[in-house]
Design a protein around this ligand. Structure first.
Ligand SMILES: *Cc1c(COP(=O)(O)O)cnc(C)c1O
Length: 390
């Protein structure tokens, strides 16, 4: 069976070019970058070359790039590092209700440690109002953290507007750009961010490696203690193959950003309009335009998200849902609830995220199969009993 993978927001396959670039650093050039002999220096050079490639993708300076074990660590580092470093200045953090768990759980932890957290609401499209950020600022505010684009509904936030507000107030500004770096233009100066998170495996690089961009002069307390790697900001022997892979992925991503964006928008909009036209009582979640080029998130009334996902899996289609029954909890997505969906609508959501290897034929296949699956599930659903025909 030919698999149709439409869950690129969860993880991407590592680009074969990236794998090729990584291979020498497992065995031939395996040295420890901290060693002074040439094996070590070879690895060190590769590390620094990768740092330059990542820096160029986001308009940063090389020394502002800190490699981490992933997007989650980058988010934890930004939140906790800024909180600890600015303890004397204040204890208030502003974030949004729709952040990734890596940010929300870090905030929850800091809340337990005595920090005050403001979770800004979003509108029905998932947008944070920059004015609400401004209004939430107090003389104790030390950090603002708002994601660049949301991983579930794809909404792209007005980051540069929020950046201006943060700068005026002299407050550190962090953005989780895991879903945008390498996918849409990300420039740390245009966005006005001081801290920015990236992850390798969301841009066709390997898993287990990420980046925290840290603007020169931003105060962060390291939370990995040990050797002096990454200029003393993040101890542990560097994941050289992973970092080389991330560098290669960053370089590749920068090469055809605009062309790939236009291609994906075409496929995305074909999938959205196809589903909405073919299946009644469905609607798009997230913003119609301020949206990631690869994100489709649809609520389907009277059907459970995981039933749709499992039925699609049987025919080889990989998609995800904002309903978490399958993972053992009955919680609906915090993002879908934050944009005002009822629990039952949130449980009936489907997310397709497209990528580099998504083809028009694949989209057409989904448009052929999904309406049938929904029809079958609705016919069995007790929820549709009261639904008048047509
Ligand atoms: C995937 C993701 C993360 C976590 O990145 P990992 O590298 O998997 O730890 C953080 N934020 C967002 C928005 C993500 O999509």
């Amino acid at each position: 069976m030919q698999r149709i993978y439409l869950d690129y927001a969860a993880t991407t396959p590592t680009d074969p070019n990236v794998v090729q670039a990584m291979l020498p650093y497992f065995h031939d050039a395996f040295g420890n970058p901290s060693a002074i002999y040439s094996y070590g220096q070879e690895a060190k050079n590769a590390l620094e070359e990768a740092r330059g490639k990542v820096a160029r993708l986001i308009g940063a300076r090389d020394e502002e790039i800190i490699f981490t074990s992933g997007g989650t660590e980058a988010d934890n580092f930004a939140l906790k590092g800024a909180a600890y470093a600015n303890q004397k200045k204040g204890n208030h953090i502003i974030t949004s209700a729709i952040e990734h768990h890596a940010v929300l759980e870090s905030c929850k932890f800091l809340g337990k440690m005595g920090y005050k957290i403001t979770y800004l609401p979003v509108d029905k499209y998932g947008l944070v109002d920059p004015d609400s950020v401004k209004k939430a600022i107090t003389d104790k505010t030390i950090l603002i953290s708002v994601m660049h684009a949301n991983n579930e509904i794809g909404t792209i936030q007005p980051i540069s507007e929020i950046g201006k507000i943060a700068k005026e107030a002299g407050i550190l500004f962090h953005s989780d750009a895991v879903q945008t770096a390498g996918h849409i233009p990300v420039n740390v100066n245009e966005l006005g961010v001081d801290l920015l998170s990236m992850s390798g495996h969301k841009l066709y690089g390997p898993k287990g490696v990420g980046v925290l961009y840290t603007r020169k002069g931003s105060k962060l307390t390291p939370f990995m203690h040990g050797g002096g790697q990454e200029r003393g900001r993040r101890a542990s022997t560097e994941n050289v193959p992973g970092i080389v892979g991330l560098g290669q992925a960053a370089e590749l991503a920068g090469q055809d950003l605009e062309g790939e964006t236009q291609r994906l928008i075409g496929l995305r909009d074909k999938l959205i309009s196809g589903i909405v036209q073919k299946v009644d009582r469905t609607h798009l979640n997230g913003h119609p335009v301020k949206r990631l080029p690869n994100n489709v998130n649809i609520s389907v009334e009277f059907v459970e998200g995981e039933s749709m996902c499992l039925n699609m899996d049987i025919v080889g289609i990989c998609a995800s849902t904002g309903s978490a029954c399958s993972s053992g909890s009955l919680e609906a997505s915090h993002v879908l609830l934050a944009i005002g969906l009822e629990h039952v609508q949130a449980h009936g959501s489907l997310r397709f995220t497209l990528g580099k290897w998504t083809t028009e034929e694949e989209v057409e296949k989904v448009l052929e199969i999904l309406p049938r699956i929904i029809g079958k599930l609705r016919a069995m659903s007790p929820l549709t009993k009261n639904l008048s025909p047509g």
